[in-house]
Design a protein around this ligand. Structure first.
Ligand code: NAD
Ligand code: DAU
Length: 335
């Protein structure tokens, strides 16, 4: 199977590329990525010379580049997106381009080139917050942030292309994902690397917002199950079943690194901050998927990965890149 993986240099996409090449002898991958601040070829170093892997730098909003790169592939898996909620609050415009127009560009390529399957990788955030119970795939979309609204726009384009043109597209809606190689602007890698550097851990609001944590391997296996066995036009939730408050996540990090609570700084809440995410994953289990990673073991192993791979994150946080500008802008704007 020849796969076109867009956004494959990011956190989940690079895990998917490495994992699919390791699991299958008959999978060839074209990894297509713009290499924004979040795209990182270091994430793909383990496979850069692999005979069944090729990297193409390009933008999913660039129709000519997409049409050229997808020629001859059997399927598209689209991870490419602007993904950080805080950035979407401060700088929303690029989210609309990549997450909506970029998705549209890929759908057009599927339609015009008759590509056999496409998986649009989406998020549980499109449903919005839920106080009790869990969302299933037919629940209405109620996104709160410019990020989740843009992702919902991509989802609706995908479903419309299936209804109108019969495009063979499926959607996955994953929950909060953790694991190695996650850009250190997100809660877990930010807190772990700050703790390792002797810095404060900035908890938003009262720290009681709940996220459902999913190991990146389990997320990738869910996407693979949908790619292989999903029904075109259908949506599949992918959740870890590990609902924890941010306060609880912080406690595990402090415990693993043997630090006290004095490193927590309580900061102003994120505007529009969703209180709780929860999704039902019965539909995905029905096509042969389940989680395999125990949450506490997976989180502690992830913390140790950041401790043992300091050069990977040090280059991002203290190199030429975007990290320092972003952190300054986010906290300056709100002070
Ligand atoms: P990430 O920010 O780590 O990586 C995004 C990748 O997309 C980067 O490599 C970036 O260079 C690339 N990219 C961005 N704009 C592009 C463009 N216009 N053209 C081509 N490439 C572009 O993201 P992630 O956390 O790995 O998330 C991957 C996907 O999974 C996203 O669609 C996201 O919405 C979804 N998702 C993420 C999570 C999570 O917790 N991280 C959970 C559920 C769903
Ligand atoms: O639910 C899936 C989504 O999970 C994905 O679609 C997004 O791409 C991904 O970024 C993630 O969104 P969140 O907003 O939930 O992730 P983030 O890591 O930014 O924040 C997790 C929680 O931690 C959230 O309640 C906000 C809080 N937080 C975050 C940061 C960065 C803090 O308290 N302090 C922080 O500094």
């Amino acid at each position: 199977m020849r796969l076109f993986v867009s956004g494959g240099a990011g956190f989940i996409g690079s895990n998917f590329v490495r994992r699919m090449l390791a699991k299958h002898d008959d999978v060839e991958i074209v990894c297509f990525d713009k290499l924004t601040y979040a795209g990182n070829l270091d994430n793909l170093k383990p496979v850069e010379d692999h005979p069944r892997y090729r990297f193409v730098r390009g933008d999913i909003c660039d129709a000519a580049a997409v049409h050229e790169a997808v020629r001859g592939v059997d399927a598209i898996v689209n991870f490419a997106a602007e993904t950080h909620v805080d950035r979407s609050i401060a700088e929303p415009e690029t989210f609309l381009y990549t997450d909506i127009i970029g998705t549209h560009t890929l759908l057009e390529a599927v339609r015009e080139q008759g590509i056999g399957r496409m998986v649009q990788v989406s998020t549980d955030e499109v449903y919005g917050s839920i106080d009790t119970g869990s969302f299933c795939e037919t629940d209405r979309l109620s996104p709160s942030s410019p990020y989740s609204a843009s992702k919902a726009g991509g989802d609706l384009q995908a479903l419309a292309y299936h209804t109108t043109y019969g495009a063979p597209v499926m959607i996955t809606r994953g929950s909060n994902t953790y694991g190695p190689y996650q850009y250190p602007e997100k809660l877990i890698p930010l807190f772990v690397t700050n703790a390792l550097e002797g810095k404060q851990l900035p908890l938003y609001g009262d720290g009681m917002n709940v996220r459902d944590w999913l190991h990146v391997d389990d997320h990738c296996d869910g996407i693979e199950a949908v790619l292989m066995n999903g029904e075109p036009g259908e949506v599949y939730n992918v959740g870890g079943g590990n609902e924890r408050t941010n306060r609880e996540i912080t406690s595990i990090i402090l415990d693993e690194l043997d630090l006290s609570e004095s490193v927590i700084t309580w900061v102003e809440d994120r505007p529009g901050h969703d209180r709780r995410y929860s999704i039902s994953c019965a539909k995905l289990r029905g096509i042969g998927w389940d989680t395999i990673v125990d949450f506490e073991q997976g989180l502690r192993a992830t913390i140790r990965w950041y401790r043992d791979n300091e050069p990977w994150w040090h280059k991002i946080k203290h190199g030429e890149g975007e990290f320092a500008r972003w952190q300054k802008r986010w906290y300056d704007d709100r002070s």
